[in-house]
Design a protein around this ligand. Structure first.
Ligand code: ADP
Ligand code: MG
Length: 442
């Protein structure tokens, strides 16, 4: 969708009124949709939404009022997170709208690779480069928040980037279901259903998200089956699908559909490992104009391992906290304080005994070597690493950690401090530390 003129004018004036950082971080990335009476500004995440709302919206409203074309009065300006905007089907006839339903950030370039998703990314890129050749349909499956929609929409962006006339049709299965229910509950139901499904027939690329949502919706499955068959039989149409499970595990999914869905190529996305999670955080922060130190990223990634969506959500909270309190940098101490409850849940799962046994296994030494009094360097270093990990991963006070190592708390404190410094100056210590950390938290 073309940027509404009124927005372009507002942006160019507002640029001179705010700092470059505010402009780059909050204003430039907004996507404006002009519905006539309303101007909707879509922000890429909740943090940006809040900031725009609190700090910029009033002035934006004034500028909009100033720049409205005569006779086209915008009565309201709204700012919302793009996730909150219901994704609607692309009208395949109106090529200008194709990109607007694909989220702008969901491109291959922004998809951080790691062992958990590298293969899926390669396959998706292969599909994007050579649509409708070998891999058809492509099915990306895996649990929620792991990047399935991101990868699938990247295919759409890539194909549109090469040919903006391509009919890329993206739809969430839930939208398909809703539209079908609407059509079926009105007069002339079958005509309405036909009209609805006809739009897919001209698609060059059909991207259907969350096909597990078709489960138990028999009529929808039947209609989708026809849409699918119609397209897959054509030579030049690419289909890509996502699901939270392998189709054979979806109860209430027709067996004919199941076999259609897996007849091309299925690839699973898994939870990214610790380093990839940290790399995602660094990248997402950078996109918001914020430099996240690697140890801080690693710290958040260590504690949030449910999925990437939640990981980014935590990062946004952290950034919000730092901006709100005007902290110049984001520190681990501040994060610990800010996200106490979140980390407390996780910490309970890692015991100090587990840390000690993981450390001794890693260094091929015995438990008595780190619990005893030997001052040999090959025992002292692992002992200090175990203390530092206990401090980072458990909520135990220093006195309690000290008891587990048969020492007093000042010894533990200096051990932790030594490791903190060594991690910055000695690559091997940093490597040992993060390798053990990864074993404990992955
Ligand atoms: P799913 O469809 O699997 O539920 P999404 O594709 O919606 O997950 O991803 C959730 C969020 O995590 C999105 O903001 C997405 O951009 C981000 N994300 C997931 N994986 C990655 C990755 N490897 N690199 C960068 N961002 C990612
Ligand atoms: Mg999704």
């Amino acid at each position: 969708m073309a940027e509404p003129d009124v927005w372009k004018k507002c942006v160019s004036q507002y640029k001179s009124e705010v700092t470059t950082r505010d402009f780059e971080q909050f204003i430039r990335p907004l996507r404006a949709i002009n519905t006539g009476e309303r101007l909707i500004l879509e922000a890429q995440n909740e943090y940006v939404t809040k900031q725009v709302h609190q700090r910029h919206l009033q002035r934006i409203c004034e500028l909009v009022a100033q720049h409205c074309d005569p006779g086209h009065t915008i009565l309201e300006v709204q700012v919302k997170t793009s996730d909150q905007v219901e994704p609607l089907p692309v009208s395949v006839k109106q090529s200008t709208e194709k990109r607007s339903v694909l989220k702008r950030e969901y491109t291959f370039a922004r998809f951080v690779e790691g062992s958990s998703n590298q293969y899926s990314k390669q396959v998706a890129q292969e599909v994007a480069k050579k649509p409708a050749s070998k891999i058809n349909p492509l099915l990306i499956y895996g649990s929620t928040g792991l990047g399935k929609t991101h990868l699938m929409q990247s295919i759409g962006h890539y194909i549109l980037g090469r040919n903006n006339q391509a009919n890329v049709c993206y739809m969430n299965a839930q939208t398909f279901v809703t539209e079908m229910v609407l059509a079926l509950t009105r007069d002339n139901a079958s005509k309405r259903v036909r009209r609805f499904t006809k739009q897919f027939h001209q698609a060059d690329v059909l991207l259907v998200d969350d096909i597990h949502l078709f489960a138990t919706k028999e009529k929808c499955q039947e209609e989708f089956f026809h849409v699918f068959n119609n397209l897959i039989d054509k030579e030049n149409v690419q289909i890509a699908l996502t699901s939270d499970r392998y189709p054979h595990e979806i109860e209430g999914l027709d067996t004919r559909l199941r076999s259609r869905f897996v007849m091309g190529f299925c690839t699973e996305v898994k939870l990214p490992d610790l380093e990839t999670r940290a790399a995602i955080l660094v990248q997402v922060a950078r996109e918001q104009g914020i430099k996240l130190e690697p140890d801080v990223a690693l710290f958040i990634a260590t504690h949030v391992k449910s999925n990437v969506r939640e990981l980014i959500g935590v990062l946004n909270k952290v950034i919000f906290d730092a901006e709100y309190h005007s902290y110049p940098t984001i520190t681990i101490e501040r994060i610990k304080e800010n996200l106490k409850d979140l980390f407390a849940v996780h910490r309970r799962r890692i015991t100090i005994e587990k840390i000690q046994t993981t450390v001794v296994e890693y260094f091929h030494i015995r438990l008595s070597d780190i619990l005893g009094s030997s001052r040999l360097q090959s025992f002292v270093r692992p002992r200090h690493i175990a203390m530092a990990l206990a401090h980072e991963l458990t909520s135990l006070p220093l006195q309690a950690i000290a008891r587990h190592f048969n020492r007093d708390h000042t010894t533990v404190m200096s051990g932790i401090e030594r490791i903190r410094k060594l991690r910055k100056s000695d690559m091997r210590v940093e490597e040992d530390y993060t390798s053990i950390l990864r074993k404990l938290v992955n």
